[in-house]
Design a protein around this ligand. Structure first.
Ligand SMILES: [Zn+2]
Ligand SMILES: [Zn+2]
Length: 344
């Protein structure tokens, strides 16, 4: 390009974590050539998920620095590699926890791309969405339904699919479903389960959330600290989804499961979950877990969310206040999910 002409777009910028537990700093990022299968997306909004904080702090020992976090990104496609399929420049898409997979292994070929052994997390060894631009494999840039509220949709891309997937896999509309923990994940789980038609019980340790949980669609709200109350619910639930990342009295929770009931874990608790074999065997109960979902799973979830008006309850920060936003998340005060609006 002649230097007589201005550049068509500014240099890409990103909020960069240089090392663990340090504030992020704004830097110009050299993007390098776009991969043949990649698309580039100009970020408009990006949700802040607890996993961003875990990776910033290297809680899981997998972080790679410098890191660009953010994996609930919403934006428009600005460029597409020659082999990118099904997407147009200008189209609005979302990118969640994963930004690529091998596309030829057994899992990818059977529709479980999120279980691919080479799946590429968006924020580990890859540049995430707290940036002016991010890139992903075309298959992982999920087109957004027109009816979706784009400014609020970011949290659906990771948190939303994480709680929707177990409902889609394991729940029937006639089921009694319990959601443990009413936070970023849990409040979306309540909304999805209610929209699905289930009888929904919200469990929270915070009485200040009781009324809001009912507003999200919970039919019942129970204090998760009320051991006697839990005991009364013995044999009740077809599906319990745990969204918390702290140790629970697992036996007490499994005891609330109905015959055939399932405790499904999506909160990344680091301590092992001890389970008595007999509590599973005699009532034919299960304990299971799952990570986010496949591209088609995410697309299906977004269509469901648009149709049933499942909208995360958010607090917005300009992206330039990213460090304040992380502090707010860490304080546990956010109601219920933080979204950063790009302001580069
Ligand atoms: Zn694969
Ligand atoms: Zn996440």
């Amino acid at each position: 390009m002649s230097k007589d002409f201005p550049q068509t777009r500014a240099e890409p910028k990103a909020w960069v974590a240089r090392s663990a537990k340090q504030p992020m700093v704004l830097e110009t990022v050299a993007p390098g050539p776009l991969g043949a299968e990649e698309v580039e997306i100009a970020v408009e909004h990006c949700g802040l998920c607890h996993s961003d904080l875990s990776v910033l702090n290297n809680d899981w020992g997998i972080s790679q620095y410098p890191a660009i976090l953010g994996h609930e990104a919403i934006g428009r496609i600005t460029a597409a590699g020659p082999n990118a399929r099904g997407l147009k420049v200008g189209q609005r898409v979302g990118v969640g926890w994963n930004a690529g997979s091998c596309m030829h292994c057994h899992q990818c070929m059977s529709g479980s791309h999120h279980l691919c052994p080479q799946v590429q997390p968006t924020i580990v060894g890859h540049r995430g969405g707290f940036a002016s631009h991010l890139r992903s494999h075309w298959a992982w840039a999920i087109p957004l339904p027109d009816q979706l509220n784009f400014a609020e949709a970011g949290p659906l891309l990771c948190g939303g699919i994480t709680v929707f997937a177990p409902l889609a896999l394991h729940a029937r509309p006639t089921d009694r479903v319990g959601i443990i923990g009413i936070g970023g994940l849990g409040h979306m789980a309540v909304k999805f389960a209610a929209a699905y038609g289930c009888d929904v019980t919200a469990f929270t340790s915070s009485e200040s959330k009781f009324e809001e949980a009912k507003g999200f669609g919970a039919h019942h709200v129970v204090s998760s600290r009320d051991a006697a109350g839990l005991k009364k619910l013995a044999g009740s639930f077809d599906l319990l989804i745990s969204t918390v990342n702290v140790k629970l009295d697992w036996d007490a929770w499994i005891n609330t499961l109905a015959p055939h009931g399932r405790l499904h874990v999506v909160g990344a608790v680091l301590e092992p979950i001890p389970v008595a074999a007999f509590s599973l065997i005699m009532q034919q109960r299960s304990v299971s877990g799952s990570p986010t979902g496949s591209p088609v799973g995410i697309e299906t979830m977004l269509e469901f969310a648009a149709r049933h008006e499942v909208v995360p309850q958010t607090e917005h920060f300009p992206m330039s206040k990213i460090n304040e936003a992380f502090a707010r998340l860490e304080s546990g005060q956010a109601r219920y999910r933080i979204v950063l609006d790009a302001d580069f």
